[in-house]
Design a protein around this ligand. Structure first.
Ligand code: SF4
Length: 274
């Protein structure tokens, strides 16, 4: 990396969301001109939800591994039964071959039934907490993993968790939001897009989509399209321009955002309710 690149400020994925929500609010936080916002009941709720999802995520991952062990054990017994049937190899010496095959098939059935029971049990928990299917690779919910960093784009961040889709092998960042939403918010989409970039570079793979999960366990699949890639990088450029020139302006006309803003008292551009 040359000296010029090192001078490019690193922008975090959560900053991208904050900037998109309100550029002025982001600037207050970044410049630390105002104190940290107080811990409101919604922030408390968010922390509780994240901790709960984190604990559940670990349990679900253990159950997922147990499911696959049972499936593998079932198939191993099936293969053994086939070998005995075709080759006539006596596996359990005291019985005839057919008895051995029957015993192996019965064992395989038990493993498959147990696997199915585990799958259904896990699916219920997944639905309750909005956890998508997949192998857990990374979690920021109940552990403190490394911060992902993109040397190419000079952005950083920790997605709530990353899954590997077992059908396609794709790496999927997942972001959990404690609030309820019927439709995903744009600033959350941009934050997730930043995580897609980070996961791509960290794992050396392309990311087809990410998932936003809201408090009502609603899952929203966000396609990581070329357009979204351009939009998130354009937002990062805007943020860097603001950092360089101090030119942040209110970038919304939503009075509701100002109503609940922690910087309302310091801000000269707060919108009033009509
Ligand atoms: S009061 Fe409104 S314009 Fe000002 S920082 Fe807060 S959200 Fe932004």
């Amino acid at each position: 990396m040359n000296g010029k690149e090192q001078n490019v400020p690193v922008v975090s994925a959560s900053e991208i969301a904050e900037y998109s929500y309100c550029a002025l609010s982001w600037q207050f936080q970044r410049s630390r001109k105002a104190p940290d916002p107080p811990v409101t009941p919604s922030i408390e709720r968010g922390r509780r939800v994240h901790a709960e999802v984190g604990r559940t995520l670990s349990q679900v991952e253990q159950e997922r591994r147990a499911f696959w062990l049972l499936v593998i054990a079932g198939y191993a017994l099936l293969a053994l039964a086939l070998i005995v049937l075709l080759g006539g190899i006596p596996v359990i010496g005291a019985f005839g071959n057919y008895m051995e095959v029957l015993a192996l098939l019965a064992g395989a059935t038990v493993f498959f039934v147990l696997a199915l029971w585990k799958y259904r049990q896990t699916r219920t928990v997944r639905e309750e907490f909005g956890i998508p299917e997949g192998e857990l690779l990374y979690s920021d919910l109940d552990t403190s993993p490394e911060v992902l960093f993109s040397g190419v784009h000079r952005i950083s961040g920790r997605p709530d968790y990353v899954l590997r889709d077992e059908m396609t092998g794709a790496y999927i960042p997942v972001e959990v939001k404690s609030g309820r939403a019927r439709k995903p918010y744009w600033n959350h989409i941009l934050q997730l897009a930043a995580y897609c970039l980070l996961v791509e570079e960290h794992y050396g793979t392309s990311v087809p989509y990410g998932t936003l999960v809201y408090g009502n366990a609603g899952q929203h699949r966000i396609e990581f399209t070329p357009e979204l890639r351009v939009q998130v990088l354009a937002t990062v450029d805007e943020i860097r321009t603001c950092l360089r020139d101090g030119t942040a302006r209110r970038n919304h006309n939503a009075a509701v955002r100002c109503r609940s803003c922690a910087y309302r008292a310091e801000c000269g551009y707060a919108l009033r309710d009509e």
